[in-house]
Design a binder for this molecule. Structure first.
Ligand SMILES: Cc1cn([C@H]2C[C@H](O)[C@@H](COP(=O)(O)OP(=O)(O)O[C@H]3O[C@H](C)C(=O)[C@H](O)[C@H]3O)O2)c(=O)[nH]c1=O
Length: 184
């Protein structure tokens, strides 16, 4: 597998080695030893998630606060999404900056987002199946997030905000300036 660093320290893009033959393809979608070597420390994933969405659906920008923060290894097994991580680590030189990655069934790329980030994605294909690993359990009480259209973040989602399908919960999320201490 190939590891591509991003401008956000700790966020990496993983491109698996795909074995194609006349039957189709095979690749290792996750290997603990290879992954921990790639990130340089041991990550203990404890929960796998999967969501199905249609074109224009936006999910995020989500996080779990403080000790409930989750590192995520995300990928798309059907369709294509623009996936975004926002650095919220107080001591980080890239605090408040984001990085976007196109993840698709076609490129089979995976995006690793350490703890201390908000995460979200927009669906660019007719449908998308989004699968990801988390290194901490879901904790509803610790849920938080940032509004996808926060002018300070100024994220280009590649689609007008009016065309996005966003949950009522996500529409209520605060801008970064109003988010308070998130414990990162
Ligand atoms: C995240 C989660 C949710 N749920 C339940 C709670 C709700 O009743 C239902 C839908 O949850 P939600 O609307 O928060 O789902 P998404 O909008 O896809 O949330 C996810 O989307 C962005 C992209 C993320 O990075 C997060 O991992 C996650 O917050 O599933 C669970 O039972 N366990 C879980 O781990």
């Amino acid at each position: 597998m190939t590891i591509t660093p991003t401008p956000l320290e700790g966020c990496i893009v993983i491109t698996p080695r795909i074995f194609n033959d006349d039957r189709g393809y095979f690749f290792e979608s996750y290997n603990t030893q290879s992954f921990n070597n790639a990130v340089g420390y041991e990550v203990n994933f404890v929960q796998d998630n999967q969501s199905f969405s249609t074109r224009g659906v936006f999910r995020g920008l989500h996080l779990q606060k403080g000790e409930h923060s989750q590192a995520k290894l995300v990928r798309v097994t059907k369709g294509e999404v623009l996936d975004v991580a926002v650095d919220l680590r107080q001591k980080s030189a890239t605090y408040g900056q984001y990085h976007a990655v196109l993840l698709s069934e076609e490129n089979q790329q995976q995006f690793f987002i350490p703890r201390g980030f908000a995460h979200g994605f927009i669906v660019l294909s007719d449908v998308a199946i989004f699968q990801y690993k988390c290194d901490n359990y879901y904790n509803k009480a610790a849920e938080g997030g940032l509004h996808f259209a926060d002018p300070e973040l100024n994220i280009d989602w590649g689609m007008p905000a009016a065309e996005l399908l966003v949950s009522e919960k996500d529409l209520q999320l605060p801008f970064l300036k109003d988010a308070g201490d998130l414990g990162f």
